[in-house]
Design a protein around this ligand. Structure first.
Ligand code: ATP
Ligand code: MG
Length: 444
């Protein structure tokens, strides 16, 4: 892709209205454009990143056997009255009336809608478990929308729902999502820590928030440092292995401020392992049993002939918030260098030719390199503008393709000046560069 043909409206300076670095960078390189408070359009660069995140989230949901559906953004108030949440949800819910004077709402979440779908078709324990998810826009009329898409009013969320016959089976489903979350965030090159959480307006009795560390995060966290050394690599998608994995995480103290108890923290965690810091909530999972199935009468026949309300959980990931969260984790603000993880990068590599007046040889060379890269499924952006070399490099450092080839004086003969964005340059032939990138791609 040629930069001159792309819609990447770059600003010279940091926009003054943005308080945190992800918001600054997203406006600076034109990833988003505000439409009104807490509501954004996604421009090509931002949209590309969000779609790649969405696809990773999707793949990891599919791997645990969750099935993708798509529910509408607009819901009827009827089902929310059945569950009893229509009044409880309060002013965060955007309420609308249609031309027949029917009360509708823009969905802030979908427990009611999915329960309604479930109860109309599933009648027997034999059809359980059912795991369903969708990736859809949500609206919450947040009292203080801020930090760009981090706390928007309209935002893009993956929400999944599990339906099981018993608590035991439901915990199995819960643990599958727990594992899929660890794997999802790892593929995004993020370390997200599962923390015991309050259940809030969604309700219930078992819940974890997945939080990544960031000074600008809105969640205060209290944890045992050793939790950062854990991984889920050897976990199998099977009951006992999953239980073991969750226990491994739960052995360490890790809570947000709602659950924090100072005496308990100091008693359980030794001084040198205590970590008190801030983080961004990127996912949240809940188990809430029959909280919705009971008032909405979603029941199934049990083996002995009796009936019982189905046991449910729900599992959210903030897909649009993750775009900002990755920037918070990866952007070197001081040197103005962004390096996207290759798994979600808007481009794999930037080609930066030094173009002199009346001499297009560097640009020709960039185009030739691009054809080779294309054959190898490597997505490049070429800065074909006639700005000077150093401002081109600065611009590409902000756009954040994880690799760069500088096509100037030093890229002579077969050897190209290649680097990881923000890293040291190496002189390598193109086939070696292709090998490096593809090797990295295959590892995610
Ligand atoms: P928060 O405490 O940040 O308001 P929440 O507990 O209300 O989050 P959930 O209902 O669990 O959020 O939603 C699932 C995920 O959706 C959250 O973990 C978060 O990543 C994302 N999310 C929630 N609210 C917003 C928002 N206003 N803007 C962007 N993403 C959001
Ligand atoms: Mg909220």
């Amino acid at each position: 892709m040629l930069l001159s043909n792309s819609f990447i409206p770059i600003l010279k300076n940091n926009p003054s209205e943005a308080k945190i670095k992800s918001h600054q960078l997203m406006l600076r390189v034109g990833m988003i454009k505000q439409a009104s408070a807490g509501i954004y359009s996604w421009l090509p660069l931002g949209f590309k990143v969000m779609k790649k995140i969405e696809q990773i989230v999707r793949e990891e949901q599919n791997k645990i056997g969750a099935q993708e559906i798509l529910m509408p953004t607009i819901q009827s108030s009827e089902i929310w009255k059945e569950s009893g949440r229509y009044d409880d949800y309060g002013e965060e819910m955007l309420r609308i009336t249609d031309r027949q004077n029917r009360e509708m709402l823009y969905g802030p979440t979908n427990e009611e809608q999915v329960t309604e779908i479930f109860r109309s078709s599933i009648k027997s324990y034999k059809s359980l478990p059912q795991l369903m998810y969708h990736i859809q826009w949500k609206f919450r009329d947040e009292i203080r929308p801020r930090f760009g898409i981090m706390r928007g009013r309209e935002f893009y969320m993956k929400d999944a729902y599990s339906f099981d016959v018993s608590d035991e089976e439901a915990f199995f489903s819960y643990n599958k999502f727990f594992l899929s979350y660890l794997k999802t965030f790892k593929r995004l090159d993020l370390t997200a820590i599962p923390m015991a959480a309050d259940t809030g307006p969604i309700g219930g009795n078992l819940s974890h928030e997945f939080i990544i560390l960031a000074d600008t995060g809105e969640s205060k966290i209290f944890t045992d440092k050793r939790i950062f050394d854990l991984n889920s690599d050897d976990t199998q998608l099977e009951k006992s292995s999953l239980e073991k994995m969750r226990k491994k995480y739960e052995q360490f103290y890790a809570v947000t401020d709602e659950k924090f108890n100072k005496d308990e923290f100091e008693k359980i965690v030794s001084k040198e392992n205590q970590l008190i810091t801030k983080g961004i909530e990127v996912g949240h999972i809940f188990y809430f049993g029959d909280k919705y199935s009971k008032p909405m009468n979603a029941s199934v026949d049990l083996p002995g002939g009796k009936k019982d309300f189905v046991k449910m959980g729900s599992y959210g990931i903030g897909v649009s918030r993750l775009v900002g969260a990755i920037i918070e984790a990866k952007y070197d603000e001081k040197n103005e260098i962004m390096k996207w993880p290759l798994s979600v990068a808007p481009y794999d590599i930037a080609l930066i030719p030094m173009i002199n007046k009346n001499d297009n040889s560097a640009l020709d060379r960039a185009n030739n390199i691009n054809s080779e890269l294309l054959k190898n499924n490597i997505d490049a952006i070429i800065d074909d503008t006639d700005e000077n070399f150093s401002s081109k490099i600065k611009k590409m450092n902000l756009i954040g393709a994880p690799y760069q080839i500088l096509i100037g004086k030093k890229s002579e003969g077969d050897l190209l000046e290649f680097k990881e964005t923000g890293g040291e340059t190496q002189n390598l032939p193109l086939n070696k560069i292709i090998e490096i990138i593809n090797k990295q791609k295959n590892s995610i």
